[in-house]
Design a protein around this ligand. Structure first.
Ligand code: AP5
Ligand code: MG
Length: 218
């Protein structure tokens, strides 16, 4: 039997967290918990959380810590996470969230926090070309001569540009990453739970580096 894994993936917007967490979730048979996906689902469903989060997300800001910790706490208590672990994508994003995760993870502490490292110039290019399936979230890269209409290979849904992938929101998100999320790298370094993985290369190459690192720490 494949043992599960308890992982936090850190990294700039566009470093490939969503792309790699989908694969890691399949590999380790552990749920991929993406707070960005959860918030976008709430926006689509028009829930109270979605109404509150919509403007913040589109402007590239951060949703409040208390709300985010509550959502993740509830998700981690479910059976799949208790049994198989968790592949966290986009959480924690502040030191407060990281300290809260240590508390709510309880007797299922994380094995490793990984800093998926990609230079800023490269993520700017990836994000400006990113397109996503509105229904299942599969990622694509625009080449400039895209199919019209563009339908998802996985589910047939519409492939569109994310509302927060505008140049203004991308820059705001990257600035917030430096000020709010970069300190997490020090936080996990101090507590000896940090590994740095080079995120430049093909998705297959990056995936092989990630699984090697997780297996070493688990
Ligand atoms: P979230 O959805 O987490 O977005 P993000 O942090 O901006 O990160 P991205 O999804 O943009 O990047 P990614 O690293 O997943 O890259 P991807 O794999 O898509 O959060 C959205 C918003 O929600 C936040 O701004 C905030 O408002 C709110 N929020 C979420 N969590 C929160 C929290 N905890 N606290 C407060 N607020 C929160 O890859 C990017 C592109 O590159 C894709 O097109 C992909 O195909 C391509 N690509 C991937 N890998 C490679 C490769 N190896 N080579 C070439 N291209 C590649
Ligand atoms: Mg993502």
């Amino acid at each position: 039997m494949i043992p599960g894994a308890r992982v936090v993936l850190l990294g700039r917007q566009g470093s490939g967290k969503g792309t790699q967490c989908t694969r890691l979730s399949r590999h380790f048979v552990a749920p991929h918990i993406s707070t960005g996906d959860m918030l976008r689902a709430a926006v689509r469903e028009g829930t109270e959380l979605g109404r509150l989060a919509r403007e913040i997300i589109d402007a590239g800001g951060l949703v409040g810590d208390d709300i985010m910790v509550g959502i993740v706490d509830e998700r981690l208590q479910r059976d799949d996470a208790q049994i198989r672990g968790y592949i966290l994508d986009g959480f924690p994003r502040t030191v407060f969230q990281a300290e809260s995760l240590d508390r709510i993870a309880g007797d299922k502490p994380l094995h490793v926090a990984i800093d998926l490292d990609v230079p800023r110039a490269m993520v700017l290019d990836r994000l400006s070309r990113r397109r996503v399936c509105r229904d299942c979230g599969t990622n694509y890269q625009s080449t400039g001569s895209d199919p019209r209409p563009w339908l998802c290979d996985t589910c047939g849904g519409d492939v569109v540009q994310r509302d927060d992938d505008t140049p203004e929101a991308i820059n705001r998100r990257l600035d917030l990453y430096e000020s709010q999320t970069q300190p997490l790298i020090e936080f996990y370094g101090r507590t000896r739970r940090l590994e740095r993985v080079d995120g430049v290369g093909t998705p297959d190459e990056v995936f092989a580096r990630l699984t090697g690192t997780i297996e070493k720490r688990r």
